[in-house]
Design a protein around this ligand. Sequence first.
Ligand code: CA
Ligand code: CA
Length: 74
Amino acid sequence: MADPTTCVIIVRNPSTGDLNGDGEINVSDVTSLINLILGHLQSKMSTSQADVNGDGQLNVNDVTALINMILGKD
Ligand SMILES: [Ca+2]
Ligand SMILES: [Ca+2]
């Protein structure tokens, strides 16, 4: 149950970018994202996890956004 005195601001789905679901966002997720975009990986995750920049499409821009997220430039 949420504490009514606590204000939580969720900017994005916390699982966004964690494509392989291991709880961390790292180069393994970049690989998974590229494979997903290239059609080499069947999507087991919701699009919201792979659509890193949230534009509704899966493409190289999400790879860039994911890399920036990993590098802390997000
Ligand atoms: Ca991961
Ligand atoms: Ca996108």
